[in-house]
Design a protein around this ligand. Sequence first.
Ligand code: UT7
Length: 325
Amino acid sequence: MTSVRRAVIAGTGSALPRRRVSNDELAKTVDTSDEWIIERTGIRARYIAAADETTATLGAAAARAALAAAGADAQEVGLIVLATATPDQTFPSSATKVQAMLGIADCVAFDVAAVCSGFLYAVSVAESMLRAGTADSALVIGSETFSRILDWEDRGTCVLFGDGAGAVLLRAEHTAATDGRGVLATKLHADGRHNELLYVDGGPSTTGTVGKLRMKGKEVFRHAVLNLAEVLGEALSAAGLSVADVDWVVPHQANRRILDATAKKLGLAEEQVIITVDEHANTSAASVPLALDQAVRDGRVKRGDLLVLEAMGGGFTWGAAVVRF
Ligand code: UT7
């Protein structure tokens, strides 16, 4: 039997801030309502980080949970790729902060900036490096504290986002060429012509400030459904598979209506789509690994299942990964 070196998901983990904020609680300070938010987005609550909960601390907690799920020791980790648009500091990278928190003396560690698609970019980079032999074991983390860059006066955006982190431990293993476990294909895209539809109005090299998130929601929505359906098909065909082979789609959690429209466009059943946007809101790079960890822990996603992970966000950037779990 021919085998191939692949990046296999050995364990998943996630972490949420202590404080859960319902739509009703938000409506006390923002001109909005539980009804509007649920009807337009499917969001019922989000988690908001306290001052002592940062992108690095949440990321480290998710990483510890992923290591525990895999029965792995932190010392086996040779690579940390952390996807975030809200790092603790401009530098050093939050990946190196997580490395220090986990007590790893030496490994490769860096951040990836692709906003909501960050986890897909990070998985793609990490699995390439594992296949190339740079390391044998990698922590891939999506961690965000978007509450810090929200304009709490802008009801069109502040109700949509939340904080959190998710992680996977990827291990290089030789698995069967035809139906073996691991990352089977990834497909990434970017189109910088759409920078101004979803961006932060500050930064070290421009204003010298952190800035606040700005979004033209309707236009992002329109692009999201088209791009996601297309990239999902591209990743599946790169793996030599089709929609009929898919057990679960683990999508970026931005808006329930985007998830429903994408599933419908592809002919997927609603029950095959993992949905956590109701409880987590949009956690940017953290949303896909948070949703994956939830579906693994509640027993829906099982060893051998075929998953498609997908996301789209600022840039625009978008991508998908086909994984046999
Ligand atoms: O993660 C990156 C990807 N991001 C996304 O995918 C986000 C994509 N976009 C969306 O999810 C949706 O476009 C939104 C949820 C952002 C907005 O939904 P919409 O159906 O496009 O609503 P809208 O922006 O057209 O607003 C409709 C109305 C407006 O009032 P008028 O002008 O019709 O009187 C808004 O002022 O709803 C009003 N509105 C609100 N009302 C109560 C906007 N935000 C709120 C709010 N509460 N929070």
